[in-house]
Design a protein around this ligand. Structure first.
Ligand SMILES: Nc1ncnc2c1ncn2[C@@H]1O[C@H](COP(=O)(O)OP(=O)(O)OP(=O)(O)O)[C@@H](O)[C@H]1O
Ligand SMILES: [Mg+2]
Length: 341
């Protein structure tokens, strides 16, 4: 399968009062056609900045892509003129956020908003034709009673319905890549499961590629084909979903997996990774996870390991764990946490 998106050595920086902060540090990844790629990592590790860099939506006043390349559908995006980027975003590239209300206009009905999306493409589409297409797409994203919903305003819909409307916009546009940034975090678990199933269906049936940003590994387990784990602006592990859950390698990934609660566990058993995410100002050139890592040695504190292929298609950035997947006791513990007993 060909790659729809190829990101190479992307570095994105912010100007702050404390100096320049590198939010995304030399990140390389790809997304294949029809694939769901999960991007996971703790708050502040750079997941949203990575996706905003791809979408061309970084705040202009204090951030920029310092280096690297983003090739989407054969086109280099980092040098794309603003107008062409705007057009791309309305079409082949789409993004949805945690709170769909921020992207929907409260004063227009759903029909009006979706019609606008269609007409942005093609002014000549008649009102009736728009209506038919909107109905069709709302049915496709599983909105019952599409005819009524079209007449409603965003605030009249539930969070799950609003998110479906957002997804329908990407469908109307025949978007090739959908970046979903925590799309289900604000929803209750049953609605979350429905939205995730919808994304999975779209990836398969419409061959839409999806980057799913989440800090919830159960979401990854449910829908993603591949996983990238991010820590302090860098990717530390990349693997297929199966390989990631079967044999995670990076100590941070293992820690994340141990953090998954399971039914019947006591409060004492609830695990958290000790320590805090390192402040960029404390970066002395070593592995950012070293201060929290039980296995870190001098080399880890002095330099950053390269991303190496430890098993086929399974990459990890760690001096200590390239050749040593989880020990059997660690594996048992994480199986219990993931409910795979
Ligand atoms: N507008 C901004 N101004 C300055 N720095 C920013 C800004 N937005 C992000 N950053 C920096 O980029 C880093 C990465 O932020 P990002 O929003 O990508 O994190 P995230 O992984 O999406 O976190 P979360 O899970 O909380 O959404 C932050 O730690 C912060 O230092
Ligand atoms: Mg974010």
């Amino acid at each position: 399968m060909e790659n729809l998106l190829n990101v190479e050595h992307l570095t994105t920086v912010f100007r702050t009062y404390e100096g320049e902060v590198t939010a995304v540090n030399d990140v390389s990844f790809y997304v294949k056609k029809g694939e769901i790629l999960g991007l996971v990592g703790e708050s502040g590790c750079g997941k949203s900045v990575t996706s905003l860099s791809v979408m061309g939506l970084l705040p202009r006043k204090n951030s920029r892509i310092r280096s690297g390349s983003i090739v989407f559908d054969g086109q280099e995006l980092t040098t794309l003129p603003r107008k062409a980027y705007d057009e791309l975003r309305g079409n082949a590239l789409a993004m949805i956020f945690q709170e769909p209300m921020t992207s929907l206009n409260p004063v227009f009905t759903i029909e009006n908003q979706l019609r606008e999306v269609i007409r942005n493409h093609d002014r000549s589409v008649s009102r009736q034709e728009c209506r038919n297409r909107i109905q069709e797409v709302l049915n496709k994203v599983g909105i019952p009673g599409a005819e009524n919903v079209m007449k409603q305003y965003p605030h009249q819909l539930s969070g799950g319905m609003r998110q479906r409307v957002m997804i329908s916009m990407a469908l109307i546009n025949h978007s090739k890549l959908l970046i979903a940034d925590e799309p289900t975090t604000a929803l209750d678990v049953t609605i979350q499961a429905q939205i995730l199933q919808l994304l999975k269906k779209l990836a398969k049936e419409e061959e839409m590629s999806i980057i799913l940003i989440t800090h919830d590994l159960s979401v990854v387990a449910e829908v993603c084909d591949r996983v990238q784990v991010m820590y302090c602006g860098r990717f530390v592990e990349t693997a297929s979903r199966e390989a990631f859950f079967e044999s995670p390698m990076h100590p941070y990934s293992k820690g994340l997996l141990k953090c998954i609660p399971y039914i019947g566990m006591s409060d004492q058993e609830l695990y958290h990774i000790p320590g805090n995410v390192m402040h960029p100002a404390d970066d002395e050139g070593g592995c950012s996870f070293a201060p929290r890592c039980p296995d870190a040695d001098e080399r880890c504190r002095a330099s950053v390991a390269p991303m190496t292929e430890a098993a086929q298609g399974h990459y990890v950035r760690c001096f200590r764990c390239g050749a040593s997947p989880m020990t059997s006791t660690e594996k048992e513990e994480s199986d219990v946490s993931a409910g795979n007993e």
